[in-house]
Structure formats: C-alpha cells, structure tokens
Design a protein around this ligand. Structure first.
Ligand code: ADP
Ligand code: MG
Length: 727
C-alpha cells in the first residue's frame, strides 16, 4: 500500500463509517448499572461471601491486615461461580513485568472428572499463587536461567474482573510477580511495599498532630492519559508507525498545531463514537472515567478518570491503555500511546495527580480555607518539597525512556529540570515562614473576569502553570513528566518512598523537639518548616519552565537538568537511592541494579530497532521512490532536448544532490550500526544516545527534504498532513 491508496482508503473509512455493531448510548441499561458490572467488587463480595469471610477480606483490603489463607478457598469458589455466570471459561493471573506492559497467562477452569466428563475447578491455591516461566521476562540478572520459575501472587487490594471477547469472557486476577527467591520482577510489588512505608511514616506525623486513624494512609492517583488516533490505513502504510509507534520520517506539514484550533475543539464523529465505546467498556470495569477532550495537537485526545487509590489507579491505567488500543481497532483507527509519534507536533504525556490521605483524615494536601493556619497541611506540603528537592534526579530517572526523551525538555512538556510550582498564595506563606513569622495574609483574592453577569471566580490556589513538572494544583501535586505509554507505578513508588523519608525526618525532628513535654507544637513546627524552607527553597519555581532563563537560573540553584535516559538511569543505583529504598524496604540494591540494567537495555533495543527500520525504509522505500522521480525528470529533460529545446534541470539537480546526501548519511548510519557499540549496558546506551541518534536525525533531515520535492504520487509514505488531518 502506498500513500495514495492509504489516503483513499482512509477517506473511505471515514465517509463509509457507520457504527452499527454496538449501541452508541447505554440503551436500556443505564450507565450507573453498567458501572462495575464486570468487577468482583464490594457489592459482589457482600452478596456472595459468608459474613465472616467478607469481613476478614475487607480487613485485608481496607486496613492492610495480613490475608487469612483459610478464606482463600471460599473466596475462590464465589469468584468462580460469579465468573462462570458471566460466561468465563478461563482465568488468568494478570501481572505487570518491567516491560511496562500487562502480562497474562490463561488457564481453563476445566478439569476432567475421571468419568469422561469435566467439571469447573478453581481452588484457593489457584487464586493465591500461580507459577509461570519467568525466563521470557526481563529480570536484569536477578534470576539465573536454570531457575526460571517466577511466581504470581494475588493482590487482594485490586479486585478481580472479567474481560469480554466476542468469543467469550475470562476472569482476570491482579497479582504481583516475583522470582523464586522473592525478588520483585514487576512494577506492582515495590508499589505495595512503598505504600506500607508511606503509611508508617505518615501515621507518625499525624500522631504528633493528635490525629488517630485506623485506616492506612494511602496515596491517591488521578491519571490523565493523552493519545493520538490515526486511521489504520495510514499506519499499515507506515512501517515506522506500525513497528516503533513513531514516524521516523515525515516533512513538516503546511499546517500543524499553530492555529490553536484543536484544544477542546469539537470532536470528529468517528472519534466521538470511539470515545463513547471506550467509556462504556471502562465503566463495565469499574473505572470511573470522567473527562474526554481534544488535546493540543491535531488528532490528539485525552481521557481522565477520577482519582483512586494509587495501586488501583495504576492497574486501571493499564486497562485504560489496552481498552483504548483495542476499541480504536473496531473503529478503523490505531491508538498511538507513544510519547512522540510526530516530530514538531506536541507529544503525549500522562499527568499523574498525586495526593495522600484516607477516608477518615481526608486529603492531607488539602489546605482548607486558611492555608497559613493549617499547620498540618503545611508540614505535609513541606515534606513533599523537601523530597522533590533531595531526590529530583531520582524522580527524573523514573520517567526516563527513549521515547520520553523526545518530549521532555521540548517546548511542550516540562523540562528535564525537577522543580515545584506552588502558586503565589502558598509561596507567600512559605516565604513568611522562612522569615520567621506568619502574619495574616491577604484574603483569598477573587478574579474579575470582566463580564458582570458572571460571578467572581475564586482564584484557584494552584492556577494553571503548564510548564512545571511538579505543580501544586489545589489539593494535590501534578507530576507532568510521566510519558504517555509508561506505567504510573514507577513514579508513585519513588514519590511514596521519598515522601516517607521526608515524613520520617519530620516526625523524628518533631518528636525530639516535643520530648520534654513542655515545648509547644506550633513553635516546633514553625522552626522545622523554617529549616526546611532555608534548605530546600531552591526547588520552588513559579515561572515559565520553558524559558531559557530558567535553565540558567536552575543551574545556579544547583538543580540538575538531565536531558537523556543514559544520564538519568544511573540514578537508580546511586548511593542515595540505594540508601532510601533499602531503608524503607521498597527495593533492595540487587533489585535496583537489575531495574537499571533492564531499562538501559530497553533504551538500547528501542533505538536499535528504530535505526534498523530507518535503514530499511531508506533503502527499500525512499531510494526507489527518489530514483523513479529522478528518472521521470531526466526523461522530461531528454524529451525536451530531443525536440531541440533546452530545458533547465534545476529540479533534477536539486533532487540528485539531495539523494546523494541521503545516500551518504544512510550509509554512515549503516557503518555505525555495523561497528562496535560498546561493552556494558551503560556504554551501549551512551553510544546510541550520542552517536546513533544524531546520525538518525541526519538521515531524517535528508529524507524529509526529498519528501518535499518528490512527486506526491511517487512518495510512498502517507504524509503528516494526511495522517493528522484526515479523521
Ligand atoms: P486538568 O486537565 O485541569 O489537570 P483533569 O480534570 O483533566 O484536570 O484531571 C485532574 C485529575 O486529577 C483527575 O483525574 C482528578 O480525579 C484528579 N484529582 C483530583 N483531586 C485529586 C487528589 N486529591 N488526588 C489525586 N488526584 C486528584
Ligand atoms: Mg488535563
């Protein structure tokens, strides 16, 4: 398929598009009824479990108490009956290996009954523990190949659910994935460990404030997911998009996103149908999707559920990504989750809205009405500031990937410098604390919007600063550097752990200050906050994170600006990281080192694949198209000469020069790929970063020049213009 026919087919797909296969509204079932219908949730458990088993299980889910293994058989039976009623034939432990993807291995419920028939069986043992060959998942040297066993273990805090397929359904059980020696091979295990660490330290601080809660303090995550939708005909005609998820070639279109006419614009009909079906599918899975809208770039969109407990929100985001992908196919489109599918057009991120608290104490990042009086809020807020300042480079490492490097530090996403946006009001509070006395502040201002019929709007305490990687937005922090295709587990693991460390420091300091029983809590808090401000105020930045000036200032403030993955990842095995992760039992040194190795390897493989694809496309697609056009031009010149007319060869000359240039840089890239790429993972990653990527961008530059002069009907790859604007 070439660009021309892909274009024709894409246009036909839109004009012929007639959704009929699924109801586009909720028909006779209201969405409140659909919500959670495929989840073994609280309602299902209450209905189906004996009271004592239900209570015991709830204690594990809500209070974090140890699971009583004796309930497993009863839960398994109830779960199986429920699943069979929903048409399930199989069950699978679902786990989250370090590839960032979701993994599953199906087993049938079916067991022969010994008399030629079969029965459905699912025991407590099968629910709690699964064994799977781990040798095909990255382990970073954690597991010798002769001992390839890996275990999955039921995560009681994330409910089981049913996935549908036109040919049936199956039961999915969220699990952790560990090696036979108990080392974490996945993203969930450290997340659960970090939640325990966070709870312990947050409770200490709360106790000092006289707050007791029997519920654990947890983190909440609200995950805004950005994505592109492209007609699949184009993707079939673009091996680069198909294989690597991004366009390795593509001249800048005449119109890009500069008209600013896309953000919140009216969604095209086919896309809206897609969004409605996505919402419906996610509702069934109990995922509270709330917002959907057009994003800044053409054909870019966003979906955001309401925030939930961090571990659940993480599992749900994995489901959101897979539902987006699979529903897109039903509408003749491909959902691109890559961080930078199109050069020169905004990439996609995943904002992680993060807060801590529980149902009893509420949200601990919520200032209430008078922030300066709310000492407890200020303490938790200061803990976060201190953590991000102390461990900024580590946070940067949690969002490092080959794909996200294309986005971070461009003028569309937060820079690779970690800083915190606090907003004017809160910054003023902390400024006064630093100076030693908190006076009454200006009353909360109202904003005048110049239309008398509208009420004055209160200024959002965290007004919209889109350029900050870590912004306080009223009752939460928004970490904006996560890439659109990434799991949100890694960032939360780091945030929970470094916040636990800060809270530990705060609790210890306050406990010491209050030891004599005489000292006053408010004075102790004031002293502590002042100290934190004096040491960590450099992390606060409310200005424009995209500006050049900030890059200079950040350097003066000693804030790291880590631009690439090979520079960022070594942070995972830095002494400070090992110290904090081992102290709170989140990841051991071996586990950290294995993660670093795996992520470096992934970085290398990504770029290796892209470079190979690029070479292949250059030689088999772009050269032939160029020669064909060269031939046509040469023929035209020859024809003119034959009838005695001199014909200028400007276009031919230009084409020939560009083609020569293209050949030169392509073979230069080929030579580099054939040569020595270094020994260790880190050396190889550095080689890809410093040598291969620049060589690839040379190839792209030449190819894009060719695209801009070669006859449209001869250029085989769909153009940016058609991919982004035919929808
Ligand atoms: P915006 O695009 O303006 O940042 P959205 O409404 O798209 O806002 O997304 C905000 C996200 O933050 C939602 O997922 C929302 O549920 C979540 N959120 C709101 N309050 C909290 C909180 N206290 N903790 C974590 N997430 C929150
Ligand atoms: Mg948003």
């Amino acid at each position: 398929m070439n660009g021309m026919s892909a274009r024709r087919d894409a246009i036909r797909a839109i004009t012929d598009y007639n959704p009929g296969h699924t109801p586009l509204n909720f028909g006779d079932t209201s969405f409140t009824e659909i919500f959670g219908c495929n989840v073994f949730n609280d309602k299902a458990m209450r209905e189906r479990l004996p009271q004592n088993v239900y209570t015991s299980l709830k204690k594990t889910i809500e209070l974090g108490e140890k699971l009583d293994p004796s309930v497993a058989d009863i839960v398994a039976k109830a779960m199986k009956d429920w699943a069979l009623e929903k048409g399930a034939t199989h069950f699978t432990h679902v786990f989250y290996p370090l590839t960032g993807l979701t993994a599953e291995k199906h087993d049938s419920f079916l067991v022969p009954d010994g008399q030629g028939g079969a029965v459905a069986e699912f025991s407590g043992k099968m629910l709690i523990k699964g064994e799977s060959d781990a040798s095909c998942f990255p382990s970073g040297g954690l597991r010798a190949t002769f001992e390839a066993r890996g275990y999955t273990a039921w995560d009681v805090t994330s409910p089981a659910y049913i996935l549908e397929n036109p040919n049936g359904t199956f039961l999915c059980i969220p699990t952790v994935f560990v090696s036979w020696t108990g080392e974490a091979l996945d993203k969930k295990t450290p997340l659960l460990r970090s939640l325990q660490a966070l709870n312990k330290q947050a409770q200490r601080v709360l106790r000092i404030f006289g707050v007791a809660t029997k519920l654990p303090i947890i983190c909440y995550a609200g995950v805004e997911q950005e994505y592109f939708l492209i007609d699949r005909n184009f993707v079939f005609a673009r091996p680069d998009l198909l294989i690597s998820g991004r366009t390795l070639f593509g001249a800048k279109p005449a119109k890009g996103q500069e008209f600013e006419d896309q953000y919140y614009g009216v969604t095209p009909r086919r896309v809206m149908s897609f969004m409605m079906e996505v919402d419906r599918e996610l509702f069934k899975l109990g995922i509270p999707v709330k917002t959907r809208h057009n994003e800044v770039a053409p054909s870019q969109f966003e979906i955001a559920p309401i925030y939930e407990q961090g571990n659940l929100a993480t599992d749900h985001n994995q489901l959101v990504m897979s539902v987006l992908r699979s529903v897109a196919k039903r509408y003749g489109m491909v959902c691109l989750l890559h961080e930078k599918p199109f050069a020169g057009i905004n990439g996609s991120g995943k904002h992680l809205n993060y807060s801590i608290g529980n149902n009893e104490v509420g949200c601990l990042f919520d200032p209430g009405d008078t922030p300066h009086e709310n000492a407890q809020f200020l303490v938790f807020c200061a803990a976060m500031l201190r953590a991000v300042h102390k461990y900024g480079p580590l946070l940067r490492a949690t969002v490092a990937s080959a794909a996200n490097d294309h986005r971070l530090g461009g003028y569309e996403a937060p820079p690779a410098i970690m800083s915190v946006y606090l907003g004017e009001q809160l910054t003023e509070v902390f400024e006064q604390i630093k100076k030693g006395k908190v006076k009454g502040l200006k009353r909360k201002d109202t904003m005048h919007i110049g239309v008398d019929t509208l009420p004055p709007l209160p200024i959002d305490p965290g007004d919209r600063n889109r350029t900050s990687p870590f912004a306080f937005t009223g009752n939460r922090f928004e970490f904006r550097a996560v890439g659109s295709s990434m799991s949100v587990a890694g960032a939360q693991v780091a945030l929970n752990t470094i916040l636990a460390e800060s809270l530990d420091y705060i609790a210890t300091t306050l406990e010491e200050a209050l030891q004599d029983g005489q000292s006053n809590l408010h004075a102790a808090v004031q002293n502590l906050l002042q100290k934190i401000m004096l040491e960590h105020e450099a992390i606060i930045f409310n200005g424009d994170g995209y500006s050049k000036k900030w890059h200079e200032e950040a350097e003066n403030r000693g804030l790291a600006n880590i631009k690439t993955t090979p520079e960022a990842l070594p942070m995972l095995s830095a002494a400070s990281t090992i110290a904090v992760f081992t102290k709170y039992g989140v990841l051991s040194e071996t586990e950290l080192r294995s993660r670093q190795e795996i992520y470096l390897e992934q970085y290398c493989k990504t770029i290796e694949t892209e470079a190979n694809l690029m070479l292949h496309l250059a030689k088999t697609v772009i050269f032939p198209a160029s020669f064909r056009y060269q031939n046509e031009l040469a023929q035209a010149c020859a024809n003119m000469l034959a009838i005695g007319k001199e014909y200028g060869t400007t276009t031919l000359d230009q084409l020939t020069a560009n083609l020569r240039g293209m050949q030169k840089v392509t073979y230069a890239l080929q030579d580099l790929m054939d040569g020595d790429r270094g020994q260790t993972d880190l050396e190889q990653a550095q080689f890809y970063c410093q040598t291969i990527l620049p060589a690839m961008s040379e190839v792209r530059k030449h190819a894009d020049l060719l695209e801009s002069i070669i006859a449209d009907d001869l250029w085989p790859l769909p153009s940016y213009q058609e991919m982004l604007f035919i929808r």
